[in-house]
Design a protein. Structure first.
Length: 188
């Protein structure tokens, strides 16, 4: 059974417009925005803390670089009120940021993570968060990732990449749940 602490912090990771640009490979999860917005609405309704994470790429041609329209949050994912924003330039939301300090000041021992991309920034943040002692919950159907070359002339489907990372993260680093599981747990 899923146990959620009253001060579990929601971490939306890199829910940015740049991932919709044609320079990115195809993604698989058409429900990522709907599920992520449901989680944000639930957290806001229950008054639990949210810390938004945004990738500010240092790469000059990245769609996620500051000043590019793709750096902006996807519609509905912008911080509201006093919800803080942590910006990063690497995969982990913990490296080069004050995320750990913010979480400790909130007394958080549990983080709930979702976002883009499952295999990169979400996975790295989940792994580091777990290694740093946080109990991590990963909402897998509120994540998305891109298809990638396999190095042998083929392509690995985004859904296969996602499934492999979810399996690995669930084996050691996080409790893996769905949006429906989370909604049922918090409402119960």
């Amino acid at each position: 059974m899923l146990t959620l602490s009253s001060n579990a912090v929601l971490l939306p990771i890199d829910m940015q417009r740049g991932f919709d640009e044609p320079s990115w490979p195809p993604r698989w999860n058409a429900q990522v925005d709907q599920n992520g917005l449901a989680l944000l609405a639930l957290w806001r309704k229950t008054g639990r803390p949210i810390i938004h994470i945004r990738h500010d790429s240092a790469e000059p041609h990245s769609t996620l670089r500051p000043g590019h329209p793709g750096n902006a949050h996807r519609p509905g994912f912008e911080p509201q009120g006093d919800e803080p924003l942590v910006t990063k330039s690497v995969n982990s939301a913990f490296i080069g940021t004050d995320l750990d300090l913010r979480l400790r000041r909130l007394g958080a021992d549990q983080i709930v993570v979702f976002g883009i991309t499952t295999d990169m920034c979400v996975s790295t943040t989940v792994r580091m968060g777990s290694n740093m002692g946080y109990r991590v919950i990963l909402v897998e159907d509120a994540c998305d990732c891109c298809a990638l070359p396999d190095g042998k002339g083929g392509i690995v489907a985004a859904s296969d990449i996602h499934r492999a990372h979810i399996a690995t993260l669930g084996a050691e680093f996080a409790t893996v749940v769905t949006t429906g599981d989370m909604l049922a747990t918090v409402i119960a």
